[in-house]
Design a protein. Structure first.
Length: 370
């Protein structure tokens, strides 16, 4: 078949919207009509060329929602008409990683997914001249139709709006999951969230859900305050307005350091501040942000000797086929909010404008509606 897609032809170039060829699903694969997709910073990281592992040409996008159009041989858990969210962290339920409750990093299709291919080592997308186009994070949601392995699709309820639940495919689950699955924040905790963007705001709402008493937000951009307060932030700190040492200021504000701190900036200096603003003896700092290629974190080892822990999380520690349908329920039941964070919607033709809005800091989430 043919479908429309925004193709990343080369690093650093705007996406080009065009017709592409898409082969039908092979064994264990599913053809999905994407109805909506969010634009995440990780897509931009790859598009811009900053991602050293970026492969071109490729169809980016990993925050989508859509409908099953066709299933390949042997697919048993999905049928035509099911509503689904593609998962860049699959859940096969049988690999060594899936069988270990300490991780969500299913490795079943890791090597081919990382190479921009489906599990049999080939692509389903090609240009009209036959040039193969790579998949991206196993999802490629910047295409109106895509082929995804069965183990990388979460089946969700049919009454949930695609243009909102697509965000659960990355940002919502990453932020809330970092609090609930990774940090396992207890009622009454104190927390600091560095970066109040599309991920950090979801950390803030996860902390409110978990019953944290104090939720300090840290951002260089004052315009994030109103939204962050709406989602549960109790104190705001703009580092530009702090005279003296930021760590000392945060330690004082939280009465000795926070029980939990989260980096949602991807800046390694911020990661250090987050670790050092965690409480002596028990504070845990969770890295969510993806740092530039080659960047390294550092601190004095004594920070860890004296009881602080440094950890990280991918996709909020969520096992997607199990957890994503539950998060969709939380949204539909009003336990979490998504709508205010989707600040801009656009057509596929305007996808590059969505990236401009991301750069200017105007949008929290831009969503393409097909
Ligand atoms: P965003 O640009 O929407 O938000 C980043 C926020 O950080 C902005 O509000 C910005 O003003 C603020 N900021 C930047 N530098 C700062 C500094 N020095 N001090 C304080 N605030 C600062 O980005 P996002 O979509 O929220 O993504 C955040 C990070 O999370 C990115 O690095 C992204 O790649 C990463 N990410 C990780 C996962 C995962 O599974 N671990 C998943 C998705 C995204
Ligand atoms: O299993 O080795 C692995 C890689 C898992 C990939 C998880 C990526 C999470 C961070 C990237 C940001 C997501 C948008
Ligand atoms: Zn993402
Ligand atoms: Zn697995």
């Amino acid at each position: 078949m043919r479908t429309r897609a925004a193709v990343a032809l080369a690093a650093g170039q705007p996406l080009e919207v065009m017709e592409v060829n898409l082969e039908g699903p092979r064994a264990g694969e599913v053809l999905v009509e994407i109805k909506a997709t969010g634009l995440c910073h990780t897509d931009e990281f790859t598009r811009s060329g900053d991602d050293p592992e970026g492969i071109f040409p490729a169809i980016l996008g990993h925050e989508g929602a859509g409908v099953v159009i066709e299933v390949g041989e042997g697919v048993t858990s999905l049928e035509v008409g099911d509503h689904v969210i593609p998962l860049y962290t699959p859940e096969c339920r049988e690999c060594e990683y899936c069988l270990n409750p300490k991780t969500n990093l299913c490795q079943q299709i890791r090597s081919t997914q990382g190479a921009g291919l489906l599990p049999d080592g080939s692509t389903r997308f090609s240009m009209l001249d036959g040039t193969p186009i790579h998949h991206y994070m196993g999802c490629s949601t910047f295409a109106n139709h895509t082929v995804v392995p069965e183990i990388a699709l979460a089946k969700v309820r049919k009454d949930a709006p695609f243009d909102k639940i697509c965000y659960i495919g990355c940002g919502v689950t990453t932020g809330i999951g970092a609090v609930i699955n990774t940090a396992k924040v207890e009622i009454g905790s104190t927390a600091i969230v560095f970066g109040l963007g599309g991920i950090g705001l979801n950390v803030v709402q996860g902390l409110r859900l978990a019953g944290a008493d104090q939720i300090v937000g840290v951002d260089l951009n004052d315009s994030k305050v109103e939204m962050a307060e709406h989602f549960g932030m109790t104190n705001f700190v703009n580092p530009s307005n702090v005279e003296g040492d930021l760590v000392a200021h945060l330690v004082e504000l939280t009465g000795g350091g926070a029980d939990y701190t989260f980096d949602a900036t991807g800046n390694v200096q911020v990661m250090r501040t987050a670790l050092e603003a965690a409480h002596k003896g028990w504070g845990e700092s969770i890295i969510i942000g993806v740092a530039p290629a080659g960047a390294e974190i550092s601190t004095r080892p004594f920070q860890l000797v004296t009881g602080r822990s440094w950890r990280g999380t991918a996709f909020g520690g969520a096992s997607g086929r199990t957890d994503v349908p539950k998060i969709v329920d939380w949204y539909m039941d009003g336990k979490i909010e998504i709508d205010p964070m989707i600040t801009h919607t656009m057509s596929l033709d305007d996808i590059n404008k969505g990236f401009d809005l991301m750069h200017s800091g105007e949008s929290i989430r831009g969503v393409v509606v097909y």
